[in-house]
Design a protein around this ligand. Structure first.
Ligand SMILES: [Cu+2]
Length: 225
């Protein structure tokens, strides 16, 4: 190979390497998610009503088969964002529409309701403090905020139902369980929340994919003054 050809090959490979580094840096620095603002949806001090849903497969975007959370913004639109800005020292009335099926938990402690008012969740209108995931339809996901001691098991829907939602956002034509809890936000800070059920099917131990990328099975409560 002539010197010119080798130089050309080297420069092409160098350019490709530089382009790859630039791409990785830009991708890493670009925020993956928008922030949904709940701070001005109600008068200061009034409780914030926060509605989310969990779906077995989102049905759109780069990973249509991934399990995900969705959130309803104050305008009523369902968004694929898991960072929610909420006011400090304020009661959050959280409604979770669970559209996914469940299974027995690997750790039964995840079936315990903790860190929310009364340590109970209202599951389809009935208060429970613990769900035995070896019974019924099991548990599909949890909503947990470790720094606040919050753990809420999301009981699964019947996996044999004919109307399981496979395209977010899901509506009332699909089978679902409704879980309600309330809690009071602490002082300002960024508190991570996540699902603890290894629900990333097809990934190592179920903890990759949607479990380890933002906007699917985890996010942040941005608590602001
Ligand atoms: Cu999950």
């Amino acid at each position: 190979m002539s010197f010119g050809a080798r130089l050309t090959t080297f420069l092409v490979m160098l350019a490709a390497a530089v382009a790859l580094v630039v791409y990785v840096v830009i991708t890493y620095l670009t925020p993956q998610s928008g922030v949904v603002d709940f701070t001005s949806a109600q008068p200061a001090g009034a409780p914030v009503n926060l509605s989310v849903q969990t779906v077995g497969s989102i049905g759109f975007g780069p990973h249509p088969t991934w399990v995900t959370y969705m959130v309803q913004n104050p305008g009523g639109q369902w968004l694929h964002d898991t960072t929610w800005e909420v006011p400090a020292h304020t009661r959050i009335n959280l409604t979770i529409h669970q559209f996914d099926s469940g299974s027995p938990l690997r750790n039964q402690n995840w079936g315990r309701v903790q860190g929310v008012a009364g340590n109970v969740e209202i599951l389809n209108g009935k208060p429970i403090s613990f769900y035995d995931s070896n019974s019924g339809n099991g548990v599909g996901h949890t909503f947990a905020v470790p720094a606040l001691g919050i753990n809420v098991p999301l009981v699964g829907v019947n996996s044999n139902a004919s109307n399981i939602c496979s395209q977010a956002p899901c509506g009332s034509d699909s089978v679902s369980n409704t879980i309600k809890v309330s809690f009071v936000t602490p002082g300002p800070g960024e508190y991570s929340w996540q699902c603890f059920v290894p629900c990333g099917l097809g990934y190592l131990y179920g903890n990759g994919g949607p479990m380890s990328n933002s906007n699917y099975m985890g996010g942040f409560l941005d608590v602001v003054a």
